[in-house]
Write a new protein. Sequence first.
Length: 265
Amino acid sequence: MGRDSFLTLLRRHALMLPAPKARCTTNSNHRYHKWKNLIKDFVPMAANQLWVADITYIAVGNGDVCYLHLITDAYSHKIIGWVLADTLRAAITKEALEQAISQAGDILPDTLIHHSDRGVQYCCDEYVKTLRKHHIRISMTEDSNPTDNAIAERANGIIKGESVYPRETFNSIEHARNVIGRYIHCYNYRRPHMSIGYKVPALAHMETGPQKKMWKNKICKKKECINANNEIPLLSQTKSPESCLSILEQEIYFIGQVIYTSSVR
């Protein structure tokens, strides 16, 4: 019996465990207003011009999960607001926003844009009310493409890849909060980033002007067909008759030497 037949037999007798369901942190099926994307081709030139927000889940012991609510400055890549909680409630997301507003202080410009997905946490009345109270413009992704909120997704990936995944699990939410809190401090003040010229986010946060990208986009060139117009394309890729003959002569000579040695013995 093959593998597929064996698995089919197990399913038929209900002996297969159900596939784990993917956890979703974005619920865009709601009654609230969904805002347009304002940051297409927009490149910030200073801190507090564009904030990006996102939520990601982190597994803890006993199969439980907690949720990390993040606000990141798109210019400096500094995490300016975060809350780790066991719920997706909008009140927790609002706490992360209030942290970001608090750290900006009196220098919060009227041109600041808050960009996020279309999740209910970012579209609900209380969250939008807080944004409007501080004259923050609202921008949201227009589809489910992760590249529409790439900086926020990248921050999530770095935190998970460097502080969460290397560990087997967290004992509790408090344990996860302590570890992630220490890592975010390291992320902001000690970890250099290629997208801001190998500087730490805390330093880039105090600068203005374009940040130098230390990585290059890979450009895949099309392979040129050298023998595209050649009626006999294989001739240029194979060995010449002379080289093949010399190899054949060497093999015949080697076999002859073996036969001669055996006969002498």
